[in-house]
Design a protein around this ligand. Structure first.
Ligand code: HEM
Length: 394
């Protein structure tokens, strides 16, 4: 059977401004669709997305997780040794990085991160009105994450524009991609330098990757590229994760009251906000062989776009999926992916969100939107440029 052919372009500006408006059409058209404008397959239902993520042998990452097929085109940058790698290489690099981003490492940084979250919350609650993106979503990760990796202080604000440009590059070379590159300026050069051993501070996770190289777990060149993964994946994702968590609470005020009554739901609230609005909206895979999905044969060598965010609101899986509900039964969303590539930094993101939320919860009685949120268009991330909120102190 052939996949239904759709004229939906998942990278046009109207789609990216409000992807949720189109997800239903994608899901309802079938388990697999052919997206004419990008000449690629797409899957938007939860069970097919999850199955695709699980089956890394058929749906590979080594040919790129963007629209560009590395078997046919030269990658625009040396591929990631994690995100854009398949086993056995991926097993080795991921094992090494998992040992660095460990539970013990997070336990060690928690007190400092908590102190910074509390101080920031103090300041914002005193202000009452603030931009939950510029003054919180962007500020907090930048207060904690670059120090943890150990990158130079000077110029680290470039990490935001750099990450935005990289996430744009998983889509087509459209106007959003061009604008992102312009805004990034020399950020890629700054990041390349920041990843070098001589520019990383002792005791940071960046240096820990080079120490793994000293032990023979990877080469020095690989170490440099693995540090780059931290810097690419670790900032804009959490920035928008925290931003959407705040948007969720401002849009569903009853959930803040629920959380005040049941503060033990803090961690779950962040998970639910990621399900409700998944910052990482999509990633591609490439088929290594012909595969049948829901009666449709996808030929070998096809690009398949996995709509993680659409899966996270699939009514086949979630009851009343458009509602943000912090006490929803835990369901295993795919906002951090699934399977062997599931987010390396998920514990980092969870810790940041938990500390920010717990610090606000102690101080804030209610949160409301104080202006229209503004979107920032990105080919992969659902991103917010500005989110004016007003809080009432507890
Ligand atoms: C809310 C924040 C975050 C979200 C929503 C998120 C989302 C994701 C998703 C969906 C994937 C899977 C990609 C795939 O299957 O192709 C992923 C992978 C990855 N993430 Fe995150 N991420 C977040 C934060 C972070 C942080 C803080 C770091 C760094 C410490 C990080 C580092 C990575 C890396 C290196 C990978 C590739 C892993 C692999 O291929 O084995 N992420 N992330």
């Amino acid at each position: 059977m052939l996949a239904p052919r759709l004229s939906i372009d998942p990278f046009d500006e109207a789609f990216l401004a409000d992807p949720y408006a189109q997800h239903q059409a994608l899901r309802e058209a079938g388990p697999v669709v052919w997206l004419e404008p990008i000449q690629a397959y797409g899957m938007a239902r939860f069970s097919e997305v999850q199955a695709g993520l699980r089956d890394y042998g058929t749906f590979c990452s080594g040919r790129g997780v963007g629209l560009s097929d590395f078997a046919a085109e030269t990658p625009w940058r040396p591929p990631s040794l994690l995100l854009e790698a398949d086993p056995p290489l991926h097993d080795r690099t991921r094992g090494l990085m998992n040992r660095i981003v460990s539970w013990q490492a997070l336990k060690a940084i928690r007190p400092v991160w908590q102190e910074r979250a509390e101080a920031l919350a103090d300041r914002l609650v005193e202000q009452r009105r603030f931009d939950a993106v510029a003054e919180l979503g962007e500020t907090y990760p930048m207060l904690v994450f670059p120090d943890t990796i150990g990158v130079p202080v000077e110029g680290r604000e470039k990490l935001l524009a750099y990450a935005a440009a990289v996430f744009n590059a998983f889509g087509p070379r459209n106007a959003i991609f061009d604008r992102g590159n312009e805004q990034a300026g020399d950020a890629a050069e700054w990041v390349a330098k920041a990843c070098k051993r001589e520019n990383l501070s002792e005791g940071g996770w960046g240096m820990a990757v080079y120490e793994a190289a000293d032990r023979g777990e990877c080469s020095a060149d690989e170490a440099e590229r693995l540090v780059r993964s931290f810097l690419t994946a670790g900032v804009d994702t959490t920035v928008n994760g925290i931003g959407h968590m705040m948007l969720a609470f401002a849009s569903f005020p009853g959930e803040w009251q629920k959380l005040r009554e049941r503060p033990h739901l803090v961690k779950r609230a962040f998970e639910e906000s990621l399900r409700w609005d998944s910052t990482v909206q999509t990633f591609f895979r490439t088929t290594t062989m012909a595969v049948e999905v829901g009666g449709v044969t996808i030929p070998a060598g096809s690009k398949v776009l996995l709509f993680l965010a659409a899966a996270n609101r699939d009514p086949r899986k979630w009851e009343d999926p458009d509602r943000f509900a912090i006490d929803r039964p835990l369901g295993g969303h795919v906002g951090f992916g699934f399977g062997i590539h599931q987010c390396l930094g998920q514990m980092v993101a969870r810790l940041e969100a938990e500390l920010v939320l717990a610090a606000l919860l102690k101080r804030v009685k209610s949160i409301r939107l104080a202006g229209e949120p503004k979107r920032r268009l990105n080919n992969t991330l659902h991103a917010i440029a500005s989110l004016p909120v007003e809080v009432e102190p507890a």
